[in-house]
Design a protein around this ligand. Structure first.
Ligand SMILES: Cc1cc2nc3c(=O)[nH]c(=O)nc-3n(C[C@H](O)[C@H](O)[C@H](O)COP(=O)(O)OP(=O)(O)OC[C@H]3O[C@@H](n4cnc5c(N)ncnc54)[C@H](O)[C@@H]3O)c2cc1C
Length: 410
């Protein structure tokens, strides 16, 4: 009797959602994982490259080794076409990869909102390489005697965390000033307003100006023009204004109007093609969830289970978003814990944020156990030196400890 061929599962994109799915899938399936980048990247930590607290190396793990250790095949390439009818994809390198079921985990791309000048005159802030490029530019700027204006467009989580790290490193450079532009009426839209007030108050003594309720009309090499008619001078404009879906999803008809992201059922199966599951930032669930790494990880894990169930003709399970608290770091000035409508502020929370990173990296690193110790120690040593010692465990901190402070809700 000929053995039944292994089911072919293709994973497109292998960061939080896709890599988790790959790790969870059993070796009994023929799993192929495609991603153009050789590294997994801890994106929630890229702001710390701006201040030198983290290095690019500390935020990356070898993707191929992790996937090979899980017993699967890694193809370093980019998918350029998904043929959902024939169940195969084409890659930029010219390969055709067939599948019985696919997990699409391609995340999002920088959203330029079709605003003139964004692509050519702003610095995106989405990847380790983006952050590294900004850090190099800032290093060059800080030695120039003339006034330098750094503009951050986007006052959400990534923009605010970027501003915090820039202040950590450059707030004592008198010639550098900072501007933040946010289209919504408050910083950190969707979060308690008290956070907005606290952030502004903290920035009062640091040459930061905020323009909320203002939209960008165009960007030039020398400044940012707002739709209100204001022109803000800028030497360096950082674009942290949100995500757009990769064009691949629309082209594969995984996105169809009225949706702007790939619509899935609560079990993560595409509404348009049952052999495809979409997870992470790319997915639009019936009950919307925030585009956060912890949701992407949980979706990846569930998709791995549901793909196996679907291939075995079993019923699928629904995704239940966990009520995870958000940790927002603002350089060495403050860290916030947001649980629903409650916000707690304490510098010591930086340790908790660091703990989440250390735990994930140690757990996911390609070499578990003793072999992984050197990498884990390198990351720990760096955190200890850059974060814990200067920020948390000074004598002053011990004396004033605990500095926990609930924010008054507005
Ligand atoms: C600055 C910043 C700070 C953040 N901070 C936090 C935080 O504190 N906490 C939190 O929970 N979340 C945070 N997030 C959000 C979090 O990073 C995302 O929600 C998470 O990365 C989404 O995971 P994902 O796997 O869906 O997509 P991604 O992590 O974006 O991964 C997508 C993968 O798909 C690959 N890919 C793309 N196109 C193709 C293609 N055509 N073919 C093959 N592969 C492809 C990419 O190379 C990439 O590896 C932050 C994001 C940013 C930008």
């Amino acid at each position: 009797m000929t053995p039944t061929p292994k089911k072919r599962i293709l994973i497109i994109g292998a960061n939080f959602a896709g890599l988790t799915a790959a790790i969870k899938l059993p070796k009994t399936c023929a799993v192929t994982v495609v991603d153009p980048s050789p590294h997994f990247e801890w994106i929630p930590g890229i702001h710390e490259i701006l201040s030198g607290v983290k290095t690019p190396q500390g935020l990356r793990l070898n993707r191929s080794e992790i996937i090979t250790r899980a017993g699967h095949r890694f193809v370093q390439d980019s998918v350029i076409h998904i043929d959902t009818r024939r169940r195969r994809v084409t890659t930029a390198g010219g390969d055709t990869l067939p599948f019985d079921a696919a997990i699409v985990a391609v995340g999002g791309i920088n959203n330029n909102y079709h605003i003139p000048g964004v692509d050519s005159h702003t610095w995106p802030f989405r990847t380790v390489a983006d952050s590294q490029a900004i850090e190099k530019r800032m290093e060059a700027l800080q030695h120039k005697p003339a006034p330098q204006h750094v503009v951050v467009v986007g006052g959400g989580l990534s923009g605010v965390e970027a501003l915090g790290e820039l202040l950590r490193r450059y707030r004592h450079r008198q010639q550098i000033s900072f501007t933040m532009i946010e289209a919504s009426n408050q910083l950190m839209p969707g979060f308690p307003k008290a956070l907005d007030a606290d952030l502004r108050q903290m920035c009062q003594e640091h040459r930061v100006s905020f323009h909320t309720g203002e939209s960008v009309e165009r960007v030039t090499p020398k400044g940012v023009w707002l739709t209100s008619g204001k022109r803000l001078p800028s030497t360096l404009t950082i674009w942290a204004a949100g995500l757009a879906p990769p064009p691949l999803l629309r082209e594969a008809k995984l996105i169809r109007p009225p949706h702007t992201w790939a619509a899935v059922y609560q079990n993560l199966q595409s509404r348009h093609t049952p052999s495809v599951f979409v997870v992470g930032d790319a997915a639009a669930l019936p009950k919307p969830v925030s585009k956060q790494a912890y949701n992407a990880i949980d979706m990846g894990a569930l998709a791995a289970q549901n793909v196996i169930r679907w291939l075995a003709d079993e019923s699928l399970r629904d995704f239940k978003a966990p009520a995870t608290p958000i940790l927002l770091a603002f350089g060495d000035l403050q860290t916030y814990l947001v649980v629903g409508k409650t916000v707690l502020a304490s510098k010591t929370l930086a340790g908790a944020k660091e703990g989440v990173y250390q735990f994930f990296m140690a757990q996911t690193a390609p070499q578990p156990g003793l072999q992984g110790v050197p990498g884990a120690l390198r990351r720990l040593r760096k955190s200890w030196k850059e974060l814990v010692v200067p920020g948390l465990l000074t004598i002053k901190d011990f004396r004033s400890s605990p500095d926990w402070r609930p924010l008054k809700l507005l």
